[in-house]
Design a protein around this ligand. Sequence first.
Ligand code: E4P
Length: 217
Amino acid sequence: MKFFVDTAEIDAIAELHALGMVDGVTTNPSLIKKSGRDILEVTKEICDLVDGPVSAEVTATDADQMIAEGRKLAEIAENIAVKVPLTWDGLKACKVLTDEGKMVNVTLCFSANQALLAAKAGATFISPFIGRLDDIALDGMELIEDIRVVYDNYGFTTEILAASIRSVNHVLDCARIGADVMTAPPAVIKAMVNHPLTDKGLDAFLADIKAANIKIL
Ligand code: E4P
């Protein structure tokens, strides 16, 4: 499973990147706003740091403008994935940009039928939003399962990029289902290391190291 980091905070990306945890990065307008940075500048910095796909989202809603913005974003670096919303205009932009050889991430996916359309339009990535479905008492993980089945039935190569991940359990469930990629905030990725028995075990070992004066260096 590939790990993308869902943030536009350079320091947070760099910290996880140093540990080999960053296969790519996703951003969206809300994350750019939160960073307080210019979209083109911060996206360039992220692309300089990370080799894998870096998703940058268009701001327009009509296909022609999305295509123009997508071309501009793709000029930033070769690893840009242009992010477009799952609308007919977004799908039109996806087809044009994909045909030009650019990576496209179709975002705001909330149904398997939408994911089917994105695959047919040639999307590199489909971003189903788990947390936002859970927020309205639907089952986000069921959507990941459905898309996996539909894509496997027909051999679509569009990668399932599980998004809107809010917990470590979301990550594990996506891995069990076989999502190709998950994108999560840095805090969720960092929380994956936590286990009370690891802490308890380490405390016991440290006590014995002290009691027996065990030294290596
Ligand atoms: C990533 O591509 C998405 O934009 C992001 O995961 C959305 O997450 P949220 O629903 O927590 O805002």
